[in-house]
Design a protein around this ligand. Structure first.
Ligand SMILES: [Zn+2]
Length: 209
């Protein structure tokens, strides 16, 4: 779903920042330096697996003498459905020149630019047993508050027998990168690690079965 109006976008920005401040786990922020030497992320961005949607914001400053066009993409497995948005830093929204951002390419990046790149991610709905893509209308059941869909009766039966074995298997886990590449040289000018951790990695399990 495209967010078309600026008002909606600014609202989304504020809500996401509030969410990040309260550490909801489905949103995260990172700060980076974009440079011809490969750039540098100050720290990885941590996200908690198991949500349907995630938001990550990278604020990057462009170091001189870098100048060029930059392709932005999210690298990692399983692939996530994602959308990228560009804004200036929230504090001076609209007051600075920004590169033109079209088709995931930042055109005309120049020294001193400060970019806030928003990554709006969505887990592809997949059958947790066999990994097939599924959609509305497929067989479904609800487990721990989350609707799970299945390609057929066999997978649904397997899930019902051992839900804990399959639950969460299709969610992003481990390291992804928000990657920025110079379009002329194809070299990396910044990589921001996005680390997805399972809920059980962040708290000790209560041992419920
Ligand atoms: Zn299946």
């Amino acid at each position: 779903m495209r967010i078309r109006s600026m008002v909606t976008f600014v609202l989304a920005v504020l809500i996401s920042l509030a969410a990040a401040a309260y550490r909801w786990g489905d949103s995260s922020h990172a700060i980076g330096l974009l440079s011809a030497k490969g750039g540098k992320a100050r720290h990885p961005s941590f996200l908690v697996s198991g949500w349907d949607r995630y938001t990550q914001i990278t604020t990057a400053t462009v170091l001189p003498p870098y100048r060029g066009d930059v392709r932005v993409l999210l690298e990692g497995n399983p692939p996530l459905d994602y959308d990228l948005r560009l804004s200036g830093p929230v504090v001076d929204l609209g007051l600075r020149r920004l590169p033109d951002f079209r088709d995931d390419i930042l055109y005309g990046v120049q020294p001193g630019d400060r970019l806030a790149m928003w990554v709006l991610m969505r887990a592809f709905p997949t059958d947790p047993v066999c990994g097939m893509s599924v959609g509305e209308g497929d067989l479904a059941t609800t487990y721990q508050g989350k609707t799970r869909r299945f390609c057929g009766e066999g997978c649904l039966a397997s899930f019902r027998k051992e839900p804990e074995r399959y639950h969460g298997k299709d969610t992003p886990r481990g390291k992804y990168n928000l990657a920025f590449y110079d379009t002329r040289t194809e070299t990396s000018v910044l990589k921001v690690p996005l680390i997805f951790k399972g809920k059980e990695d962040s708290h000790a399990s209560g041992g419920h079965h």
